[in-house]
Write a protein that binds this ligand. Sequence first.
Ligand code: ARG
Length: 560
Amino acid sequence: MDYRKHISQKLNIDGVSAEQLCSFIEIPPNNDMGDFALPCFKLSKILRNSPVKIAEDLKNAFVVDEYISECSAVNGYLNFKINRKGFAFNLIEKILNAGDAYGSAEIGKGKTVCIDYSSINIAKPFHIGHLSTTVIGSALCKIYRFLGYKVVGINHLGDYGTQFGKLIVAYKKWSSEEQVKEGRLKELTRIYVKYHDEAKLDPTMDDMARRYFKLIEDGDEESNKLFEMFKKITLEEVDKIYKLLNVEFDSYAGESFYNDKMAPVVNELKEKGLMKTSDGASIVDLEEYGMSPCLILKSDGSSLYATRDMAAAVYRKNTYNFDKCLYVVAYQQNLHFKQFFKVLELMGKEWAKDLVHVAYGMVSLESGSMSTRSGNVVLLEDVINKTIEKAYKVIEEKNPELQDKETIAKAVGTGAVIFGALCNNKIKDIVFSYDRVLSFEGETCPYVQYTVARCNSVIAKCGELGDFKKVEMNDDEYAVIAELGKFEEIIKASAEKYEPSLVTRYAIDLATVFNKFYMNCKIAVAEEDVKNFRLSITKAVKITLTNALTLLGIETVEQM
Ligand code: ARG
């Protein structure tokens, strides 16, 4: 039953289509006011009347039916109460039937979304600064897929630049194949840091680095072999973390992939008269748009980050014909995205409007921040492992008898890290605290996972679910059901706003109302009909919470 559609068809207002009306209808923040509401100020202009009068008139004309039991006009809002019993039973039946598909939709059918996320840099440590892009991007991939979109997850690797020349110099001076294979990414970081210390004293090293970089570009076999080794090691290392976080990509086409794809873009810029020279470099002047110029080519003719991004955007449009292309990248790069989106627009690419920079805030640890060059970085792997260890200790303390504590600690620990990063509006800076993300009380993953485990134990205690269609509902039961009914909208809104935190917040809210219901209502020992109804609610909560967590890349556990 689509209540919005039903209400808007019944209202039948001249000059406003049912679809438009449907989009105006909201769910009030508080159930007491009603289950749905139409804010009549949205109709004021069209109907040339005050919201209060419109609400009054609409109310007087509205006839209640088997779905809508009450309609009232309050302060310019038209509030509707639905037949809760009918709603509850339909919803629960729907959830139990849909199972892991509950919340999914087909609104994305036939549409493609490219999502550029994580986009790590080769031979650099995978540190806590990459957490947000990785988990936000991954959640958006899963959410869009759930809504029926075709999703292309892209890791736009940072695998181009003089730093690879530097790395070769450093490798030749201070490392070897054995050492790199042994020490992996840590060894690469070690020599890269050493390079920067030494190059301060010996500037000729930078010339050598430039020469090696040129050799890579010119296809020199030995240099490329080394470069490929650095790349392979980096990808193997980060893949371990991706596996832990349930993150996957469809493409690893990085910056170097566009080496031979930039010339057409640069030529087009020239032909369209958009390019200027400034101090020998080629730029697109964006002063008119209040931005500094977009750098296209350096004075030596080499390309820049923006040039590669423009070639990548064109390639993605040609290859995937996306309806939208998202870039999940920190807000520090705001200007970069604004610039190259604008340049593509000036080139006449009408699809430039479909490029979206999904910006997010910084993550730091409670104690201090990080920077690659100085070498004192906080590795994401260390953060995850430490969280898993701490989770293990908590479990051992609270429930020493539990079977398979390691698996559970892994799910709880990684879940806590992901959930912690997705808990707030993405643009906010986060200070990561182990104790906070692992707390069982509060807005955390363990709290939600624990609620799922609680559902499991109720389900195990109750046994088979019988017919559940006959009882009256109390407020605690209805509060859970009302919350369950919001899931589909939450998923859609989180995709529309590129905001997985709506899903984490929702999971907390649903867990909270369920736990209140659990405290106030007996389930297993209740009278048969009541027991069945409450058991059906419990099953629906388990399904919905599990689906929510799965979309975030978080695993649930049977017991905790
Ligand atoms: N590798 C870049 C960095 O670490 C992020 C790349 C983001 N994606 C892009 N298409 N520019 O800053």
